[in-house]
Design a binder for this molecule. Structure first.
Ligand code: NAD
Length: 505
């Protein structure tokens, strides 16, 4: 496939030869060659082969990136650009992503393992479009005039926040970063992005593309590379004014702590999930319900935060639904994510595969019945990669680990219910509250149950909808704040209240 060879050539020409990591202040960061750096191995999860090594950004590199972002914010030309130029820059970034669509999709599939179709049709087009969407918002953000006592005029200004640290996970490497970069730049901030160590290449390539196209002034867009310690150095850095984080709930706590222990930078968190999907006995068009429930759960090999990992199904439909889901799971072809015949790629990295297998073991040990999968897929060449068969457990009860804990892989836990009350209780019985779905033909029930589900997003009769114009984010331990629409823009601005006395006094 030409896209794969383009991506591999770029890795050889740019990354391997220079052993580079960070992209700071408009150039690849040059480490002191006498200084040894920790090297991150970037591994193709389909084959276990090392694609390249990246120099991990240590504290000094992170400090350099944060200082570059601060300098670009305080004394560079960026914040003085007219709004129309800023909007044009965002549109150009979207256009450059489209121009490099094939190569970026290939980098995503090489490092993450998601299928070519998923990278090509989902991740990359959406990464481009979010820049167009936020370009349109730039001149539509207003402050307010406040109804204060006579004698004063009081209004608010919406100002840029400053240098923002954007820390993202490996499941949608470019897309989730672009969800943050576009609104952050739209509001005139500068950014330091930290992708996951396993999946940094697409973001490094994007930094280079933006630089080569001369879209942004140096220092506006910086990328550092590394895992926890690099992220920690960012969250503790006093030059950073805000952290927008997407990742696990426990890491979210560490991010908050980093902010609390430094300059109390503002924090937004998009965290983990264990989302329920309720199928009531009166659900219409059961085949469509089954097809969508399966697709929403197992696409992107189950590595999605809002996927419906807990199926809560009415007893009258349980056997029929489970039989159909098992049939689909058994037909799923795991394999080379670039091949047209592949339905499911490998899990993103070996440690993650082991973690998923650990949960499968726990499910079996706790007495749930494994009715599909439950093991690695080692057929043919798959033995070298990190493939896990789509797995379905039935008889899952609320005290089990596979009911309570986020697995973040292709493992579905099915529980049964008799009454509406029981379905709601089961749905709400975890520490998470990211999303929830329900299928019913009864509009009154749909409304009643939607209101009682403790989740930031509720999907009625179609699990998993999203649109840039609708808020994305969870309740409880699934997050703080919302992304998308105007909500992202609010989090990348600060509100200043200005008082004018009508006459000096
Ligand atoms: P993770 O929490 O391990 O890592 C996320 C990011 O944080 C990575 O870039 C990582 O290097 C960095 N990091 C790790 N330790 C850090 C620290 N102490 N300080 C600062 N940064 C640190 O998550 P992951 O395994 O990469 O991703 C999976 C998790 O992400 C799942 O829990 C999933 O639900 C969640 N997620 C949530 C959403 C959402 O929108 N709610 C979307 C996608 C993924």
């Amino acid at each position: 496939m030409p896209a794969r060879s383009d991506a591999l050539s770029w890795i050889t020409a740019t990354v391997k030869n220079k052993k580079n990591g960070a992209f700071v202040g408009g150039e690849w960061h040059r480490d002191d060659p006498s200084k040894s750096a920790h090297l991150i191995k970037v591994i193709n999860p389909a084959t276990g082969e090392i694609l390249c090594e990246l120099r991990e950004s240590d504290k000094s590199v992170v400090d350099h990136a944060a200082a570059a972002a601060l300098a670009a914010f305080t004394s560079g030309p960026w914040t003085k650009w007219p709004r129309s130029e800023r909007a044009a820059a965002l549109i150009k970034i979207g256009a450059e992503i489209r121009k490099h669509h094939h190569e970026l999709a290939a980098l995503e599939t090489l490092c993450n393992g998601k299928t070519w179709a998923e990278s090509f049709h989902d991740d990359i087009p959406e990464s481009a479009s979010v820049f167009d969407y936020y370009a349109g918002w730039i001149d539509k953000i207003y402050g307010e005039t406040c109804p204060v006592e006579q004698g004063f005029v009081n209004f608010t200004l919406r100002e840029s926040v400053g240098p923002c640290a954007l820390i993202v996970p490996w499941n949608f490497p470019l897309l989730l970063a672009c969800w943050k970069i576009a609104p952050a730049l739209a509001m005139g901030n500068t950014v330091v992005i930290k992708p996951s160590p396993q999946t940094s290449l697409s973001m490094l390539r994007l930094a280079e593309i933006i630089h080569d196209a001369k879209i942004l002034p140096a220092g506006v867009f910086n990328v550092v590379v590394g895992g926890g310690p690099t992220g920690e150095a960012l969250t503790h850095n006093d030059a950073i004014a805000k952290v927008s984080f997407t990742g696990g709930t426990d890491t979210g706590r560490a991010v908050l702590k980093g902010s609390a222990d430094s300059n109390l930078k503002s924090v937004t968190l998009e965290l983990g999930g264990k989302s329920p999907n309720i199928i009531f006995g009166d659900a219409k068009n059961l085949q469509a319900v089954i097809d969508r429930s399966f697709q929403a759960m197992f696409s992107h090999k189950g590595e999605k935060c809002s996927e419906p990992t807990r199926l809560i199904v009415h007893r009258s439909l349980h056997d029929k639904v489970v039989t159909a889901l098992v049939e689909k799971a058994e037909k799923t072809r795991c394999g080379d994510p670039f091949a047209d015949t592949t339905d499911q790629g490998p899990q993103c990295f070996e440690g993650h595969m082991e973690r998923i297998l650990g949960y499968i073991k726990a499910g079996k040990a706790e007495g749930a019945k494994c009715v599909a999968g439950g093991n690695r897929d080692t057929a043919g060449d798959n033995a070298k990669g990190y493939f896990v068969r789509p797995t379905i457990f039935t008889g899952v009860t609320r005290e089990m680990k596979i009911f309570q804990e986020e697995i973040f892989g292709p493992v579905l836990a099915v529980s049964v219910f008799d009454t509406e009350e029981e379905a709601i209780e089961l749905a709400n019985a975890t520490r998470y509250g990211l999303a929830a779905g329900l299928y019913t033909a009864d509009a009154d029930r749909a409304m009643r149950v939607s209101r009682r589900l403790d989740a930031g997003m509720v999907f009625v009769n179609r699990y998993g909808c999203y649109d840039f114009s609708s808020p994305f984010g969870g309740f409880k331990q699934s997050g703080w704040g919302k992304e998308m629409a105007i909500h992202s823009l609010e989090s990348y601005t600060r509100r200043k209240s200005i008082w004018f006395a009508v006459a000096p006094n």
